[in-house]
Design a protein around this ligand. Structure first.
Ligand SMILES: [Zn+2]
Ligand SMILES: [Zn+2]
Length: 266
């Protein structure tokens, strides 16, 4: 089985990721407009007819902005927990009951040739989940919004061959930036977002040869740059004597345009 991953958009303004095999695909989050999702998929030569469902991580607008229109036009099944559904289905957002699929935490379900498991992460939404997706022997973990890496999320992160992980803010940019004090505190908190140093330290501690691709995701528009993410990672690794041996491909996902394809062979 061939596995293809691409980020359509990643960051505090909108998140949507595609994972597919040679037959089908799934989307993870729909935080950009439905028009952009369709346009980007078309530009990547992915037919909308091959999309078998959408997985949703939580109810923040940068993860569900396009969901209503996407389901209205394409009638796709959407998978998330009962608690997250409750937080999404407000008078402002109407999703047809035909599209609603409830999934349990930490229990595998099957979709489009993938075995998928949702796991809880710490973030300031009613509930937030990451996804651990198995395709044959390959494992993909996607965690984009979390204030810290707890034991549960840590174990799914460590098991990944392809890891999409948040590196939201540069600690100095946030400190010196214009955000009000309460917002800075919220972002830094255990239920906010991961800073560059937090992500880099966890990766330095847990890097292993099974981890072939690391995608640094969900960058803040105002408090980060791709250059700072990579610089922090390199400095953290070299301070711990870690020399990357070329087995890991590391990339920072674009905020507003699709990333390059990441292709894994099973
Ligand atoms: Zn987000
Ligand atoms: Zn969020």
């Amino acid at each position: 089985m061939k596995l293809n991953f691409c980020s359509l958009s990643s960051g505090s303004s909108g998140n949507c990721y595609y994972l597919g095999n040679e037959f089908h695909g799934i989307l993870i989050d729909a935080g950009i407009s439905a028009t952009s999702i369709r346009k980007f998929l078309k530009s990547m030569d992915v037919s909308m007819q091959t999309i078998m469902g959408v997985l949703i991580t939580h109810n923040h607008i940068d993860h569900i902005k396009g969901l209503e229109l996407l389901t209205r036009k394409n009638s796709l099944p959407v998978f998330t927990t009962r608690k997250i559904w409750k937080s999404i289905l407000t008078p402002q957002i109407k999703i047809s009951t035909d599209c609603i699929r409830e999934i349990p935490l930490q229990k595998k379900f099957h979709l489009a040739g993938f075995d998928i498991e949702a796991f809880p992460v710490c973030h300031d939404a009613p509930e937030t989940i990451g996804f651990h997706i198995c395709a044959g022997v390959k494992k993909i973990t996607i965690v984009t919004d979390l204030g810290h890496i707890c034991q549960t999320s840590g174990s799914y992160i460590k098991a990944a061959n392809l890891l999409v992980i948040e590196s939201n803010y540069d600690e100095k940019m946030l400190e010196n930036g214009r955000y009000p004090h309460f917002l800075k505190a919220r972002i830094r908190s255990d239920h906010g977002h991961l800073g560059n140093h937090q992500t880099a330290a966890f990766l330095a501690e847990n890097i292993n040869d099974n981890l072939s691709n690391i995608c640094l995701a969900h960058l803040s528009k105002n408090n980060n740059t791709p250059e700072l993410v990579l610089k922090t990672l390199q400095q953290t690794f070299s301070a711990r004597g870690i020399i990357l041996n070329g087995r890991q491909q590391i990339s920072v996902l674009n905020r507003n345009i699709p990333s390059d394809w990441i292709r894994l062979n099973e």
